[in-house]
Write a protein that binds this ligand. Structure first.
Ligand code: 5AD
Length: 486
């Protein structure tokens, strides 16, 4: 059977899409090749968020093509995902060795298209069309991909983004927001838990907008002629959500007061045997009172939040079309820390957005100091095609973008180091995921606040919730010993 090798660029959503494609192919009899050199099909699942990510994938494909075409002319080469979506046919025009270009709403057709190409029935396939209902097709898992049980799993709850931040290409590569239904997602989660999964991360480009657009695709119920845009959100979840429940304090609240995303959290939380729930990526403006309250109410919801702030300057936030102010962001952090004092907070920040002055940048530095993020992913602004920011005046010279990146990184690392150091001597609970990536003789787990802890243990610890005592802090990693309870 053909062996397939998939290389993934970019975010966790891309990782999840690749896993689903791999699982579909395995179900069809394909094998997973351990490397490109041994593969009959090589797929690159791409990222478009910055030009650098696109150039990396294009460069990689050029190298693969040069190598493979000399000795193994029959190997099938394909681009999947965001760059495939935004560039389409152009990719084959540029790289004629590429056989398949598959967009973000077409992952579930990968096996059929590859079969057709491998059998010689079709030569080149480009499919980047929109497909109604595709948001519910990322559902297969490769739980035993490494012959080891998975402890954690990602579940895609929605696709697309309607936020249209002025710097961001995602609405163009991932399309309009489309959400799966609560019962459909819960069924997938239940199945994962039955197979031994202990922690589920709910995924989407903007999970706090889950269910806000009413174009849910329900099997057997065609969308109205207007595409469903005018269906009230309550209709989507009203009948699908669990009945009104009693909160932790015995107060009965009408479910419909909760946003669809919080209703989804409630429903997933009910699953017996599931220990932890995470989600990513939320939008700060989507953190309503109901979501903050969910942290107080739902013990399985871990104390961890990735809150992409992008900038600390109100002027820049407005230019970015973020929909919140610095003050509102700081208030949100404060509220979350009131509910969960140990919450781990990470962020994304863009430096060198068009028009960003030294003063704007210093406000970002001061925000980073004020919030004390556990970690921050810093991105140098990269102009993206079709986005408003690419045409804005005041594009910041590359040298200044680099210098700001460097200064912010120093600040973020210094704060992160202090935060990690503060764990030394403390006892904390981890979920043991498996061998450490850096040193496979050791095991690694994650704290509820999303910090990796490496320790000496054995395979029988995998999947266990365990108390460890932290003995040392490295660079964004903790080291510990199993805490022996008397
Ligand atoms: N340039 C630089 N960084 C970007 N991001 C999104 N678009 C761009 C861009 N054009 C960053 C944002 C986002 C993260 C996933 O990527 O910080 O949160």
């Amino acid at each position: 059977m053909p062996g397939v090798f998939i290389k993934t660029y970019g975010c966790q959503m891309n990782e999840r899409d690749s896993e689903a494609v791999a699982a579909q192919l395995v179900a069809k009899g394909y094998t997973l090749a351990p490397s490109e050199a041994e593969a009959d099909v090589i797929l690159l699942n791409t990222c478009s968020v910055r030009d650098f990510a696109e150039q990396k994938a294009i460069g990689k494909m050029q190298n693969i093509a040069a190598d493979v075409r000399k000795n193994r002319p029959d190997v099938v080469l394909g681009f999947l995902g965001c760059m495939a979506q935004s560039r389409g046919q152009e990719l084959i025009d540029k790289l004629p060795d590429v056989d398949l270009v598959l967009g973000t709403q077409k992952f579930h057709h990968a096996a059929d298209y590859l079969d057709a190409i491998l059998a010689g029935r079709r030569k080149k396939i480009v499919d980047v069309a929109l497909e109604q209902g595709s948001e519910a097709t990322i559902r297969e898992h490769l739980l035993n991909g490494n012959a080891q049980k998975s402890v954690t799993a990602f579940v895609s709850i929605m696709q697309g983004c309607n936020q249209y931040c002025t710097f961001c290409i995602v609405p163009y590569t991932r399309g309009e927001e489309r959400s799966r239904t609560i019962p459909d997602i819960v069924a997938e989660c239940r199945q994962l838990v039955a197979q031994g999964v202990k922690e589920i991360t709910l995924l989407g480009q903007i999970v706090t907008s889950y269910g806000k657009r009413a174009n849910f695709s329900r099997a057997g119920s065609p969308l109205p002629a207007d595409g469903g845009a005018s269906v009230p959100a309550s209709r989507l979840v009203g009948s699908l959500a669990p009945p009104n429940d009693s909160g932790a304090h015995g107060v009965t609240r009408p479910t419909l007061q909760r946003s669809p995303f919080v209703q989804l959290l409630d429903a997933v939380h009910e699953i017996e045997g599931l220990e932890r729930i995470r989600f990513t990526a939320p939008h700060p403006k989507g953190y309503g009172g109901d979501l903050i309250e969910a942290y107080a109410r739902l013990p399985k919801l871990v104390e961890s939040a990735h809150l992409p702030v992008q900038s600390g300057s109100d002027r820049v936030l407005k230019l970015m079309h973020r929909g919140y102010t610095r003050r509102r962001f700081l208030d949100l952090v404060e509220k979350l820390r009131q509910v969960r004092p140990d919450i781990g907070i990470t962020t994304d920040i863009i430096v060198g957005f068009p028009g960003e002055t030294e003063d704007d940048f210093e406000q970002t530095l001061s925000l980073a100091r004020e919030v004390r993020f556990d970690n921050a992913y810093i991105f140098k602004y990269s102009p993206r095609r079709d986005t408003p920011a690419a045409a804005m005046p005041g594009q910041v010279p590359q040298k200044i973008r680099e210098e700001r990146n460097h200064r912010l990184l120093e600040t973020v690392n210094e704060i992160g180091k202090r935060k990690y150091d503060a764990f030394v001597g403390r006892q904390t609970q981890i979920l043991v995921e498996g061998p450490s990536r850096k040193n496979s003789t050791r095991l690694a787990g994650r704290t509820r606040c999303n910090k990796i802890v490496v320790f000496d243990g054995s395979d029988r610890h995998r999947g266990q919730l365990m108390d460890v005592k932290i003995t040392r802090a490295g660079s964004f990693t903790l080291y510990g010993d199993p805490a022996i309870l008397e």
